[in-house]
Design a binder for this molecule. Structure first.
Ligand code: ZN
Length: 373
């Protein structure tokens, strides 16, 4: 989980996070409920009551979104797909899976589980209404939640990848063609088309007197378009890298330094001096740790003269590493998921090189140049 999220703990072992952007939608929706929806339904409430019930409704609404994501997650876990995290953010929620589903059938069930959960919640909140009809505010909240969950289920069934409906569509093509690659490209292109429809509809609404709503729809379209496009470029990168190994792209020349070198010395000599972004710390010919620009930057510059490399480095025992014969495409995907930009390449306790994200990018550039000829 990245730094712009607040941790809300774990459910079923899955870390739940709240992205800062969520507060924007929380504020907007609470405001809209407190100044529009509730004042129209209830004429005689106080202003504080409108805002209180508005906020309660939005919190319960995102509780429903969380349950939708947990619906996907429970089924994913049943198919032995790891769920890395669930994040609530401005456009709703997202459950990040550790890998692609193992089969078209798994993809189908994982995708459908979210909307099924939302429809179940819509039915639940509808059935609750007769039980709470003497408590006006609670009745209003259940009515709204029944409506929202129903809409959420329907909206997610739109067949534009990465929406759930788009995943159902991808699963069907995957099943029919037996090619995840082809299914991904077809589904992601349809996803882009649908996203452009959203943007067009949003812009049209903006210019026909419904500015707020239109802006929102256009934003959702923009978000879906960038998600679908990144899926396409990921697939392209995956195709280019397939058949290549870590040893093809790794950097074999790296700078080794002694553990007692101060940060100031190594910055002047190696980082400013010859542009290294990662340094290997060796003691008695054994690698004991790695120093990256990122780790150096986390130490205040006033301490650079007195801090030695061994105190600032990431110890090798705490680092992920990779073998030179590992496949390059999954290696890059793992680096992306873990947010790591440099990986030591090791056989046993011997370092063979460094695999940096920048190395993979320049390798990609080279092979795409060749594949064009
Ligand atoms: Zn979903």
């Amino acid at each position: 989980m990245n730094r712009s999220t607040i941790s809300l703990g774990r459910i079923l072992g899955i870390p739940i996070g709240l992205d800062y952007s969520w507060f924007l939608i929380f504020g907007l929706l609470t405001w809209s409920l407190a100044t529009n929806y509730y004042p129209v339904e209830f004429k005689n409430w106080s202003t504080a009551q409108y805002w209180f019930w508005g906020a309660i409704t939005v919190v319960l609404m995102f509780g429903s979104v969380l349950l939708h994501e947990l619906g996907h997650s429970v089924v994913a876990q049943r198919f032995k797909v790891q769920v890395r995290s669930i994040t609530l953010f401005v456009f709703g929620g997202v459950a990040q899976l550790g890998s692609e589903p193992p089969s078209a059938r798994a993809e189908l069930w994982i995708a459908i589980a979210g909307p099924v959960t939302s429809f179940a919640l819509a039915i639940f909140f509808s059935l609750m209404q007769p039980l709470v009809d003497t408590l006006a505010p609670v009745l209003a909240v259940t009515k709204y939640l029944a409506y929202i969950n129903g809409s959420l289920g329907l909206f997610n069934l739109i067949p534009g990848f990465p929406l759930d409906g788009g995943r159902v569509f991808r699963a069907m093509i995957w099943g029919a063609t037996q090619s995840l690659r082809r299914a991904t490209l077809i589904a992601a292109n349809l996803g882009r088309f649908i996203a452009f429809c959203f943007i067009a509809l949003g812009v049209w609404q903006m210019f026909t007197g419904n500015f707020g709503n239109g802006l929102w729809i256009a934003f959702i379209g923009w978000f879906l378009e960038s998600a679908a496009s990144s899926q396409i470029s990921q697939q392209t990168i995956h195709d280019l890298l397939s058949g290549h190994h870590v040893s093809d792209a790794m950097r074999k020349h790296y700078v080794t330094i002694f553990p007692d070198t101060t940060l100031e010395q190594l910055i002047n000599k190696h980082i400013l001096g010859d542009g290294q972004r990662v340094l290997v710390i060796k003691q008695n010919d054994l690698v004991i740790g790695l120093l990256t620009l990122h780790t150096i930057k986390s130490i205040p510059s006033s301490d650079w003269a007195t801090t030695s490399a061994v105190h600032a480095m990431i110890p090798i025992a705490k680092m992920k590493w990779i073998r030179p014969d590992a496949e390059l495409a999954p290696a890059l995907e793992e680096m992306d998921r873990d947010g790591v930009s440099q990986l030591p390449v090791m056989i046993g306790d011997q370092i063979q090189g460094i695999l940096g994200r920048d190395d993979i990018i320049s390798f990609l550039r080279t092979i795409s140049e060749f594949s064009r000829n």
